[in-house]
Write a new protein. Structure first.
Length: 441
């Protein structure tokens, strides 16, 4: 495991960044050159989809965003600042810029090679792309097996553990109570059928985002005089060493870059192959349109939520305290707004964890369905998933992150094989879309 942490994780991060740069160039820097097209294909355009019983493009994106915008958007950002200083945020932005194209390509390809299951629902994801487009055998199974298991870690136990710790620190709430509450709410959604998850996420994700951004906006308004210096510090810290100050031990440029890039990749999950599983369920008239929702997903996750969190921490000055993770985020908000804000942040973490668990349960079920269609396996999986929610709240999680990293590698490598092998097809579909003038619809 130590060898993996020393060599495997940096190598995997390099693969994702180089692949993202290649895809960005292959598609002509699409998100940067055509932001208007992205807007018109997503929030700024007409709604497309099937009947009332179908999953809309927005619901599919909300499910993907639920799995992406987890507690890492608050806890992970704080960890990046504590380890790499303000400059780490710049490199999170850089990872998001290339990650937008990666997410676009993997989403588009999933829509091209999805299929209907026995229930008449659209199903897809990297496992289907690898099997149907490339005719591969064991790589699709590897991805699906890793995804089904990873849902218990990064999408479940790690999420609830962060929320339980924050609620215990701010409100004195027992982790058992948090775990049981999250398990109960999760059960209400996931035991109601596959389409209930996208519909729940379409309501939960906007609500939790508005609540959290309102809280962060209030903190930034109070500390508004420090916003421009914080932004200047982000740019300056990206290219110059950050000196030790207060409890912050200092950081070299190389460490700042590595920290920011790795945290960025962790938060937006471009290249992991998970969110295309949700996008595949959409009733949409164009794979390219749904790919644009993938671009929006990365933008909302990293460029909005993560940036706002980082600015609150930087403006407050709490990043120099020596605190890390959830305690650092809580310190920043309570310092600006008072002790009551700690409850607001803890509640946000609770909702973010719930959303992530719903999204990742959807991923896990689709991966399980690819491997086996047994209804008994599905019921056992759901029962185990709910039990893991409670365990995640009360058990130490030091072991979970290395395990998650290994499982993520087993998802990323097969997924990127498919994306890179079919990059030309993604580029052709994109050129055809713009040649037809579809972006004006």
């Amino acid at each position: 495991m130590r060898v993996w942490m020393q060599w495997g994780e940096p190598a995997l991060m390099g693969v994702l960044l180089l692949a993202g740069l290649y895809l960005s160039l292959r598609l002509g820097l699409l998100p940067v050159r055509r932001p208007g097209a992205v807007w018109r294909a997503t929030l700024g355009g007409r709604r497309t989809g099937g009947d009332a019983g179908s999953v809309s493009p927005f619901q599919a994106m909300a499910t993907a965003l639920a799995g992406t915008v987890g507690t890492g958007n608050m806890v992970g950002v704080a960890t990046a600042l504590a380890a790499g200083g303000p400059g780490a945020v710049f490199w999170m932005w850089a990872s998001a810029l290339v990650g937008m194209t990666t997410k676009y390509c993997e989403t588009l390809l999933t829509l091209l090679y999805r299929k209907r299951n026995a229930a008449g629902e659209w199903v897809g994801g990297p496992m289907h792309v690898l099997r149907r487009a490339l005719g591969l055998r064991w790589l699709p199974d590897l991805f699906a097996a890793a995804g089904a298991v990873a849902a218990f870690g990064i999408g479940n136990m790690a999420q609830v553990n962060s929320a339980a710790a924050a609620l215990e620190d701010s409100l004195g709430l027992s982790p058992w109570v948090t775990g049981l509450a999250l398990a109960g709410l999760t059960a209400l959604v996931i035991l109601g059928g596959g389409k209930r998850i996208p519909r729940a996420c379409a309501r939960l994700v906007p609500a939790m985002a508005v609540c959290y951004l309102a809280l962060a906006g209030a903190a930034l308004w109070i500390g508004r005089a420090g916003i421009l210096p914080a932004l200047a510090g982000i740019v300056r810290g990206a290219f110059t060493p950050t000196a030790a100050v207060g409890g912050f031990l200092g950081s070299s440029v190389a460490r700042t870059m590595a920290t920011g890039l790795s945290r960025g990749i962790f938060t937006h999950e471009a290249g992991l192959g998970s969110s295309p599983i949700a996008h595949a369920s959409a009733e949409t008239d164009s794979p390219v349109r749904q790919g644009m929702w993938g671009v929006f997903e990365v933008f909302a996750d990293t460029m909005v939520v993560c940036t706002v969190t980082a600015l609150v921490i930087l403006v407050s000055g709490a990043w120099t305290s020596g605190a890390d993770g959830a305690p650092l985020t809580l310190m920043a908000f309570t310092g600006a707004l008072g002790n009551w804000a700690g409850a607001g942040v803890a509640l946000s973490l609770f909702l973010f964890a719930l959303a992530a668990m719903l999204g990742w349960n959807f991923y896990g079920l689709r991966c399980l369905e690819f491997l086996t269609r047994s209804s008994g396996c599905r019921r056992a999986y759901q029962a185990a998933y709910l039990a893991a929610v409670v365990l995640g709240a009360v058990l130490p999680m030091d072991w979970i992150w290395p395990a998650c990293d290994l499982l993520n590698a087993c998802m990323i490598l097969p997924n990127m094989v498919g994306v890179l092998a079919l990059a030309g097809e993604a580029a052709r579909e994109t050129r055809a879309y713009f040649a037809r003038g579809r972006e004006t619809l």
